[in-house]
Write a protein that binds this ligand. Structure first.
Ligand code: NAD
Ligand code: TYD
Length: 350
């Protein structure tokens, strides 16, 4: 069946993988990528599909309600997959207002436009909101996992803004009947991730023999999922998920930061032909992130049981693919790490 789907934030890390998957897999759909192209948005991420007839890019700000409403009406949208957001915890600590603006008010603007446009007939319409496991707060090192019924308990301005956006999405279902789905996913890794996040930052620093700033003692735990597996989950949930449900998406793949960093060092050193462990001396323990959540870990059993999704890649495979991709795409890295990035990065460690 033909569908017109708006994907917001499609020029970012995860969004670009979702756009690529939908454009290639569904030639009958029209995929409209709406992105403001902030520092994190990069159309280079979509070079391979930009000329496809079922793909269109619109540069716009999700907070600009009039423009968003016009797009909903002109494009005759059937669905939205909403990924556009400010996404980096460290930036949210420095500038929480931008996070409230984009993540809360921007989401509200999309919800209102969807409701206004679809209110007379919600049949076959879908507002799919992409969120994070960070809304649940932090876990102890006690083996427990976040499930769909874990209470919200966000700690950073980033996670607070995502939690607020989730609440608005649910409120639009409960109040106006808008058909919605929310998914909360664990940490993603893979190609095209902006190098302020741990994995691409550290790969780039190892290659350039720059220090690796490990926050605190490196004991915090994250659950890592290969980004293409997240995009696959989004595809399945968009098409087969139950309206008004939350699904958790995770890798069942917990790593203590310092152990993960050692795996990255080993992999990069091996591929570059360096002596084993040569880059270990780049590790520098620095002041911990304020409010640094101890551990995130997702239980995605509901998604597996209901819709049959599971991660397809083993972590060792995924991290090797990722390291190789960044090493083979140093031009991409150079283009985004010039200019403003340098200034931002230096300001982080002042
Ligand atoms: P990203 O920072 O790489 O990309 C965000 C994109 O949104 C960029 O292209 C940016 O230009 C765009 N954008 C920002 N503000 C906008 C605005 N006002 N209007 C229109 N576009 C705007 O983020 P990501 O890591 O790809 O994350 C995508 C989504 O997935 C976010 O909602 C994030 O909260 C969620 N998420 C991310 C992770 C992760 O590990 N990266 C995990 C779980 C959930
Ligand atoms: P990050 O990639 O920023 O994702 P999130 O904070 O959303 O989980 O960070 C992943 C983990 O790595 C987190 O525990 C913070 C830590 N970290 C560092 O130790 N040093 C760094 O330079 C960065 C960016 C992150």
């Amino acid at each position: 069946m033909k569908k017109n789907i708006l994907i917001t934030g499609g020029a970012g890390f995860i969004g670009s993988h979702v756009v690529r998957l939908f454009v290639n897999k569904y030639p009958d759909y029209n995929i409209i990528n709406l992105d403001k192209l902030t520092y994190a948005g990069n159309l280079e991420n979509l070079k391979d599909i930009e000329d496809k007839p079922n793909y269109k890019f619109i540069k716009a700000d999700i907070c600009d309600f009039d423009t968003i409403l016009k797009i909903f009406q002109e494009e005759n949208l059937d669905g939205v997959i909403h990924l556009a957001a400010e996404s980096h915890v460290d930036r949210s600590i420095k500038d929480p207002f931008t996070f409230a603006q984009t993540n809360v008010l921007g989401t509200l603007s999309l919800l209102q436009a969807a409701k206004e446009t679809w209110k007379d007939n919600y049949d076959n319409k879908m507002f799919y909101h992409i969120s994070t496991d960070e809304v649940y707060g932090e876990l102890e090192f006690d083996g427990s996992l976040f499930t769909e019924t874990t209470s919200y308990d966000p700690h950073s301005p980033y996670s607070a803004s995502k939690a607020a956006s989730d609440h608005f999405v649910r409120a639009f279902h409960d109040t106006y009947g808008l058909p919605i789905i929310i998914t909360n996913c664990s940490n993603n890794y893979g190609p095209y991730q902006f190098p302020e996040k741990l994995i691409p930052l550290f790969i780039n620093n190892i290659v350039n023999k720059k220090p690796l700033p490990v926050y605190g003692k490196g004991e915090n735990v994250r659950d890592w999922l290969y980004v293409v597996d997240h995009a696959r989950a989004i595809d399945i949930i968009y098409h087969k998920g139950r309206v008004a449900e939350t699904y958790n998406i995770g890798g069942f793949n917990e790593w203590k930061n310092i152990d993960l960093i050692k795996v990255m060092i080993k992999t990069v050193d091996k591929i570059l032909g360096n002596k084993e462990g040569e880059s270990l001396n780049l590790i520098q323990f620095v002041t911990d992130r304020a409010g640094h959540d101890l551990r995130y870990a997702i239980d995605s059993t509901k998604l597996k049981n209901e819709l049959g999704w599971e991660p397809s890649l083993q972590f060792e495979e995924g991290i090797e693919l990722t390291v190789r991709w960044y090493l083979e795409n140093q031009e991409w890295m150079k283009n985004i790490t010039s200019g403003e990035y340098e200034k931002y990065y230096e300001s982080m460690y002042k």
